[in-house]
Design a protein around this ligand. Sequence first.
Ligand code: CU
Length: 167
Amino acid sequence: MNRLAATAASLALVLAAAASPAASAEKSPLTASHMVAPAPPPGVNTMAIYGTLHNEGDAPLVLTGIEAAGFASAMLHETVTTDGIVTMRHRMAIEIGPGETVAFAPGGIHIMLMNPTGAVAPGETIAGVLRLGDGSAVIFEATITGKAPMEMRKGHEGMAHKADGAS
Ligand SMILES: [Cu+2]
């Protein structure tokens, strides 16, 4: 099976698992655009997805989780700089108000992908699912780009990963 087929197959599994009454045919008010995933430097098995999320609806939405085909795990992360020390913490929930746009960008909120199950090549796409607190799900695609921003080149390996509420 080639990588694209493998990705499609694993996404199908993800979607089957996602099926719930709330995840109906109704179009989600949440849109994901400009989703990009800079390829990591050689030897690094983590990478991030950046992009723009927008709530077109008139009620707040809460992003509660993320899944990505082709990676052992995916999380919502936030980079925090305190007294010059850069750490990343796991965000359990991110609220997006009515009409609000949230930028996922280097140095801030991002989707963290860990342990790819295959090769990560620029030009390929990563299929993902955003989970919302109301039980609905939004599918998105991120394009793998060739150039990692400086923050990524320094590597995530040594960074602390803290859950919300951890001191
Ligand atoms: Cu991260």
